[in-house]
Write a protein that binds this ligand. Structure first.
Ligand SMILES: [Ca+2]
Length: 270
């Protein structure tokens, strides 16, 4: 055991936890708010945070709050509700994550050192009782980061991967996000400012909750279903040259959108 979130809480749900090694060699760990909203903004709790630790569990000296006794030294970012995906951008090295909002307001966040992502002070969602979140003051506030993208209604984000494999030039730069509620894999396209400018849903005809999504060394995308009889699905991305670069004599591509990916492109892997 190298790390234990403290204090131990007895609430159910929103545990986190995703793990990812950064390009700096340190281990990043997400910790959910344990269904206790206020924890995410408390400096002396690991709940509702991303922590950054060495492989022996200790805090690196350049963590943002080291030396400030009010803060736990492992904390890297704050104000997260229920993180469900985390990955480092293969080109920029930036940490990205996604998390469940309450009713509405699932988020895709680009995480910076020592920043707060707002929960529960700001949110794009409401409570499951259809009332505002008690602690929330609105959807934005000074000093609190806005998500890179948010979903209303929620898609139930789960898993996060960047596509950067030469097998599919068309998909390079895409962000892949699983959907537990949408029962799809979402492929997001970013512009040069990392804003989400397009989104397509893959596998949505299969009606399976998607728990995780990864890119294999073979350039295919693998998705894990959330089921008592769970499956690993393999998605073969389009391998053709993007439309804009096609020779004039090539047959025209299908219009952009869901129909571009045939349902049979999902094959069950054993
Ligand atoms: Ca947020």
């Amino acid at each position: 055991m190298i790390f234990r979130a403290t204090p131990k809480l007895n609430t159910q749900g929103h545990f986190g936890s995703r793990l990812a090694f950064g390009p700096d060699g340190f281990l990043y760990v997400t910790s959910g708010d344990n269904f206790s909203n206020a924890t995410a903004q408390r400096q002396n709790q690991h709940q509702g945070k991303i922590v950054r630790i060495r492989t022996d569990g200790t805090a690196p000296p350049d963590n943002p709050f080291v030396g400030n006794s009010a803060w736990l030294p492992e904390i890297w970012s704050t104000g997260h509700r229920s993180p469900q995906g985390m990955a480092f951008h293969p080109v920029t090295g930036q940490l990205w994550m996604n998390e469940h909002g309450p009713k509405g307001g699932d988020e895709l966040n680009r995480v910076g050192r020592g920043l707060s992502y707002g929960w529960p002070t700001i949110t794009w969602g409401i409570g499951y009782d259809d009332r505002p979140i008690p602690e929330a003051t609105g959807t934005s506030a000074a000093g609190l980061e806005q998500p890179q993208h948010y979903w209303v209604p929620s898609i139930g984000t789960s898993g996060l991967a960047f596509y950067n494999h030469p097998k599919s030039p068309e998909w390079i730069g895409s962000v892949l996000v699983g959907g537990l509620v949408s029962r799809s894999v979402h492929r997001l396209c970013l512009d040069v400012d990392n804003r989400v400018v397009a989104q397509e849903q893959l596998l949505s005809g299969l009606n399976w909750r998607i728990r995780d999504v990864r890119v294999g060394a073979d350039g295919n995308v693998y998705a894990l279903t959330d089921d008592s009889n769970g499956r690993v699905l393999r998605i073969e991305p389009p391998t053709a040259t993007p439309r804009g670069k096609r020779p004039a004599t090539a047959p025209s591509a299908a219009p952009s959108g869901e129909e571009r990916i045939p349902a049979k492109s999902a094959r069950q892997a054993r």
